[in-house]
Ligand binder design. Structure first.
Ligand SMILES: NC(=O)c1ccc[n+]([C@@H]2O[C@H](COP(=O)([O-])OP(=O)(O)OC[C@H]3O[C@@H](n4cnc5c(N)ncnc54)[C@H](OP(=O)(O)O)[C@@H]3O)[C@@H](O)[C@H]2O)c1
Length: 339
């Protein structure tokens, strides 16, 4: 623990590789009116953090990235969009939280969670952490859970008996989609690398397709009621045709060209097409926590790193095959907590 008034944080001073991120002591934030100061116990390093640090956007989005995130270097040098921790202090006028309360938050594009403390408005996506979930477990379900829930529950409304293909099932969003669709009573086929097949089956998939195998994707034409693509490696037009006529394609990640063509894709393919950006609102986060408490979403933690070793976590994510969530821990190990 650092002395009062300062905190340890991982700062990214430039766009680039994992070595661009280093630990520093910075001023500890102070909660203003309506704000909550959270002492963070756990966060995650997600695809969103890597995309910004490496300026590695889906094809077509590159030119917009510096405008959005900072021209010469990241405008927000502290990455991290998820946190689980304890309310340390509250600012004037806060009514929803008390010091000592365990909370989770999703900070989205504002980031700032790879640090010991973060201030967040009580009106943003911050909710009570269920007691049944430890800090690491709670942090681990936020990013993938928010995304899978938004697309499968709110937008595409997956239902019992449907056959669902999840492309990119080995990642944070994909594995949450596998769990979520399975909990809804769907029959789930997971598309991932062969090395993750057993892990993905253990997470609830009924069948696995290796995306490097002969016949992928052509051999699976019109084979599913719903296809959720979290990778964008298959062109959207082809991914849509993996669903049957009248079925649904859910586009989580795609090139700018494919995204611009989504509105006409339904007419061209006869499939319903769903896309969009996941909003960071408290209701969505509360739903994710309720699903996690009911074990419909479960933490799938591929690796853990203490905050001091976050550069190693960045190097791992750069390899491109992370499994589920990478948890970043700030406090002592969460060994007693359920996961
Ligand atoms: N629309 C939104 O609002 C929204 C929100 C969140 C995330 N996203 C996007 O969703 C995507 C996934 O995010 P994530 O956090 O799940 O990423 P992630 O954890 O890094 O997982 C991506 C997974 O894709 C797998 N993969 C790589 N190439 C593949 C291929 N050709 N076919 C099938 N799987 C392949 C990799 O596993 P293996 O190769 O080892 O199997 C990897 O684990 C990102 O592009 C992110 O930007 C969008």
């Amino acid at each position: 623990m650092t002395e009062k008034g300062v905190m340890r944080a991982a700062l990214c001073a430039r766009y680039g590789d994992a070595a661009a991120v280093a630990m520093q002591e910075v001023p500890r934030p102070v909660p203003g009116a309506g704000e909550v100061l959270v002492r963070i116990q756990a966060s995650t390093l997600d695809s969103a953090d890597r995309r910004i640090r490496a300026l590695d956007m889906p094809p077509g989005f590159g030119p917009m990235a510096r405008l959005a995130f900072g021209f010469r270097r990241p405008r927000q040098p502290i990455f991290g969009t998820t946190l689980a921790g304890t309310v340390e202090a509250i600012g004037p006028g806060v009514t929803r939280f008390q010091p000592g309360e365990a909370v989770v938050a999703s900070t989205g594009a504002a980031q700032g969670c790879h640090a010991e403390y973060r201030v967040i408005s009580e009106r943003k996506a911050i909710v009570a952490k269920p007691e049944a979930l430890g800090f690491e477990a709670a942090a681990a379900v936020i990013f993938g859970g928010m995304t899978a829930r938004f697309f499968l529950e709110e937008k595409a409304q997956v239902t019992k008996g449907q056959s669902v293909l999840v492309i990119g099932a080995g990642g944070a969003v994909g594995i949450a989609a596998v769990q979520f669709a399975r909990a809804a009573g769907a029959r789930v086929t997971a598309c991932c690398s062969s090395g993750k097949a057993n892990w993905v089956l253990a997470q609830g998939a009924d069948a696995v397709i290796d995306y490097r195998a002969a016949g992928w994707p052509e051999a699976h034409h019109a084979a599913f009621d719903m296809v959720i693509d979290t990778v964008g490696a298959v062109p959207a037009r082809q991914a849509a045709r993996l669903a049957r006529e009248g079925g649904t394609l859910v586009v989580v990640s795609a090139s700018l060209r494919d995204l611009l063509a989504l509105p006409t894709l339904k007419a061209r393919t006869g499939r319903v097409v769903v896309g969009g950006m996941v909003p960071d609102h408290p209701e969505g986060l509360a739903r994710v926590m309720a699903h996690a408490e009911a074990r419909r979403l479960r933490p799938a933690i591929g690796a853990r790193f203490p905050l001091e070793r976050i550069a190693e976590a960045h190097a791992l994510i750069d390899a491109g095959h992370k499994a589920g969530s990478i948890v970043i821990t700030m406090g002592p190990a969460d060994l007693s907590a359920p996961s």
